[in-house]
Write a protein that binds this ligand. Structure first.
Ligand code: KG4
Ligand code: ZN
Length: 363
């Protein structure tokens, strides 16, 4: 079936068209169209996403993206169903997508499937692009698998026995990994979103320069905690006399970025922070893979765009002879193609989510 999917849970407006086929043992997803309109520039002055601004932008962007899709000769006739993210996410932002999807489903007389954003991230590992010759065996993921789902709002470790059967081994007790990247970036006056900025600056830094803590790495459980790391960075900056430290509250004014002084190198701070986060994520994921006899390791969610994380996790997984999977660049961060995949699996499972925003919907 061909699914037109809509994603508006945070600050990316996205519409995709995905051809889905196959059963739960071997679903095949071919992405025919994948459009995303980023709102980063709009939220950047506030240091984070402003929900009502996001909603307004989604309402503006959705018809434009639909027009783009229509230009590729995709119309009511070529679509079998419409899918929309119903949660988790920012409630006003979610409603923008849901209202738009409801109207479109009515106008086009199609069924509407509500999808879970986090299931979308999980299934992003099964997406393939239509312009490449599709090799389904590439996407044949062997179970049991350990999946690390790391985004701006979530850090979850799952043991998957099949595409639809999983157990949550642990999750973050406070800040998510992406949130930690974003908040720490703000402390050193880097723009939102902080993850890509920290990764970029870290390339020139020494990851061993500052010994930031590895929170909960040694704990026996599979939970995470990143707010202590953020506080350590704050104390470090105060101790070295970095006077430009900003509060965690969004600030309209972006201060000038202090790149280097005799005591401070922004590249070293970025490299050391990134190393601390990566050590914890990789350490716990690999320990889980060993304990549960996993055959594969899956990485997904916005933070999976981080190449340093990808490389480190892949290296460790390969050293244990485990398969490693991570979506290609366009499917790491928020996109609508993954929402079509989640909707299709949901349909195969004959499960239905209410078509209403659920900000805290879980996996
Ligand atoms: O999945 P996503 O696009 O949206 C949510 O569902 O939250 O994830 C966004 C998060 C942000 O916190 C952003 O800083 C982080 O993913 N992120 C990164 C990178 N690219 C995006 N974090 C570290 N390194 C990156 N390259
Ligand atoms: Zn996401």
């Amino acid at each position: 079936m061909k699914i037109l999917s809509i994603e508006t849970s945070c600050d990316d407006t996205a519409i995709a068209v995905v051809e889905a086929s196959g059963g739960l043992n071997r679903p095949v997803f071919t992405v025919l169209q994948n459009t995303v309109s980023s709102q980063i520039a709009i939220h950047q002055p506030f240091g984070g996403v402003v929900p009502n601004l996001a909603k307004r932008e989604h309402q503006k962007n959705l018809p434009l993206l639909l027009q783009l899709i229509a230009k590729k000769k995709i119309t009511a006739k070529s679509i079998d169903a419409i899918a929309v993210t119903v949660g988790p996410g920012l409630e006003p932002a979610l409603w923008a997508g849901i209202e738009f999807a409801k109207q479109l489903a009515k106008d086009w007389q199609k069924s509407l499937i509500g999808a879970n954003h986090m299931e979308g991230h999980l299934y992003s590992n099964w997406l393939t692009k239509s312009d490449k010759k599709q090799v389904t065996s590439d996407r044949e993921i062997v179970f049991p698998a350990i999946a690390l789902v790391v985004s701006g709002g979530h850090t979850i470790l799952l043991k998957m026995d099949s595409l639809t059967k999983w157990k949550k081994l642990g999750e973050t007790r406070d800040d998510a990994a992406g949130e930690a990247f974003d908040k720490i970036a703000r402390l050193i006056n880097l723009p939102y979103p902080g993850g890509p900025e920290i990764e970029r600056l870290a390339r020139a830094g020494n990851p061993k320069a500052i010994a930031f803590p590895r929170p909960m790495l040694k704990d026996k459980n599979y939970d995470f905690s990143f707010s202590g790391l953020k506080t350590s960075v704050l104390y470090y900056l105060r101790d070295i006399g970095f006077t430009d430290v900003v509060s965690f509250r969004p600030s309209l004014k972006r201060k000038k970025l202090l790149v280097q002084s005799d005591k401070f190198s922004v590249a070293d701070v970025c490299a050391s922070v990134q190393q601390a986060i990566v050590d914890v994520l990789v350490g716990k994921t690999i320990r889980a893979a060993r304990q549960y006899g996993a055959q594969s390791v899956l990485l997904c969610g916005g933070v999976s765009a981080n190449k340093y994380l990808q490389d480190n996790l892949k290296l460790k997984a390969k050293s244990l002879k485990l398969d490693f999977h991570c979506p290609t660049r366009e499917y790491n961060t928020d996109n609508a193609a993954m929402i079509a995949a989640a909707a299709y699996i949901q349909k195969l499972r004959k499960k239905k989510l209410p078509i209403a925003a659920d900000a805290t919907l879980s996996l």
